[in-house]
Design a protein around this ligand. Structure first.
Ligand SMILES: [Zn+2]
Length: 463
């Protein structure tokens, strides 16, 4: 089976050129101007559109247990929604519960995904316990293609690990080449602020944000980077949300340290002002880190432009407003933490980034696809428009008008954080390993066609 994408503008992280792209089977066969269609070949006219590598969302939580409930998108609904928005690869998180083996956790998450995913998926492992065989387990994970681990400096008694555990995990990566990803917030300090707020009867959703100061994030980012520097290994900060935290990453990078960080659309486009709504409505914006004062937004955009931030992922972790967020109606600490976004990442970054002149088209491709592919050991299989790469390709119509709304989105959640946002630019055709899965707003893929993606150790963060 072969397909020719004709007359489009191929956009990669490095260049923009008028070229045709030939897909043979699951791979890209040729890229160049004036390729001639062959008999029996499917031709797609991409005139006026961009031909870009499929989006890679390196931070999603599908079918994830949290606070007595489970995130509302599973691997079937979540990956299909991702595909609609031009994302063709995700890296989700398996969770090692305390006292359990990582291979068992991996098995649990493989079963959640198997036979359901519409696009390819990799997994990070969340480490909560390195006692016993933990370090050997990490090496096992790398052999299984789980070449990155996430550790939490927040959520005491649930996910939080101490500095010794973080340091041992970092050191182990110098042997196995994995990448440590840090949820950087000082959980012990936040825990005290939370208790004090509750004791004063402050139970509304806004107190979730007000008990998590930006300095608690910056302190943890600083500590994570310092521990990685002592261990002599790279580190990646997930969902960085504030200028204070960004300053720590910039300082480290200016000194030449291999410190990397991602942010998310919600931190680039929404501020704590969004929580200024009556009643319990603001629970829709309860996630961690929380929304910040709006002064932070332009700083994060600057960070993306100047490569102090390398990646935009979503931290997609949806909970329905009606019957899940409501668990915390009388106590903000019981609101499941997370928000939906897997479908809208490219639309938002194209409109508010490229169209607004904040980032170039090439940078758009880099932060949404090529950089996460490199950093997480998938490049050039993913994240590239080049012969030999997987034919994960999006034909992006930069003029398509789209109104973001829970009424029309494909995520299994009853609200949108970006309700009413009118954007220009959307995916028109989406190919995953050569197979057309979205065409003009219709899903034409198959449940379960997505494959587990083994990722290589010593990816881009090590170079
Ligand atoms: Zn997350």
């Amino acid at each position: 089976m072969s397909t020719l994408i004709q007359h489009g503008t191929v956009v990669t992280a490095r260049e923009t050129l008028l070229a045709d792209v030939r897909i043979e089977g699951e791979r890209i066969a040729e890229v160049g101007p004036g390729l001639l269609p062959r008999p029996q070949e499917e031709a797609i006219d991409a005139a006026g559109a961009y031909v870009i590598p499929g989006g890679i969302d390196a931070h999603t939580h599908l079918d994830m247990p949290f606070g007595g409930t489970v995130s509302s998108d599973d691997f079937e609904t979540g990956t299909r929604a991702a595909a609609f928005g031009g994302t063709t690869t995700i890296v989700d998180f398996a969770i090692q519960a305390r006292g359990t083996r990582m291979l068992d956790a991996l098995d649990t998450w493989m079963k959640k995904a198997e036979g359901r995913a519409a696009i390819d998926y990799g997994l990070h492992m969340i480490v909560t316990d390195l006692a016993g065989a933990g370090l050997e387990d990490m090496d096992d994970m790398v052999r299984e293609g789980v070449a990155s681990f996430k550790l939490f400096m927040a959520y005491p008694n649930v996910l939080m690990v101490d500095d010794a555990t973080i340091f041992r995990a970092l050191q182990q990566t110098s042997k196995n080449g994995a990448l440590i990803c840090m949820h950087a917030e000082n959980g012990s300090v936040i825990d005290i602020l939370v208790r004090q707020a509750l004791a004063q009867g402050k139970t509304a959703p806004i107190y979730h944000a007000l008990t998590r100061p930006t300095l608690a994030e910056a302190e943890a980012v600083h500590r994570a980077i310092a521990l990685a520097e002592i261990a002599g290994v790279p580190v990646y900060i997930v969902h960085l949300s504030s200028e204070d935290a960004l300053n720590q990453v910039r300082e480290a990078r200016d000194r030449g340290l291999p410190a990397f960080a991602e942010t998310c659309p919600q931190y680039l486009l929404l501020s704590i002002d969004s929580m200024n709504v009556p009643g319990f409505e603001s629970a829709k914006y309860v996630f961690t880190p929380p929304l910040r004062e709006k002064e932070n937004l332009p700083k994060l955009w600057d960070g993306l432009k100047s490569d102090h931030l390398q990646v935009v992922s979503t931290d997609h972790c949806p909970f329905c407003f009606e019957d899940q967020k409501s668990l915390g109606k009388d106590d903000f600490t019981k609101i499941p933490n997370g928000g939906p976004g897997i479908e809208n990442r490219l639309q938002l970054l194209h409109h508010y980034g490229v169209n607004a002149g904040k980032i170039t088209l090439n940078r758009f491709v880099e932060i949404l696809s090529t950089a996460p592919a490199r950093i997480f050991g998938m490049y050039p299989k993913k994240g590239a428009i080049a012969p030999g790469s997987d034919a994960d390709i999006v034909v992006w119509d930069p003029k398509a008008e789209h109104l973001i709304s829970a009424k029309t989105h494909h995520m299994r959640v009853d609200y949108s954080m970006f309700e009413g946002f009118q954007v220009q630019g959307n995916a028109r055709h989406v190919f995953s390993r050569g197979e057309l899965i979205v065409e003009n707003g219709q899903y034409v893929g198959r449940v379960g066609r997505g494959q587990y993606l083994r990722r290589a150790a010593r990816g881009g963060a090590w170079k």
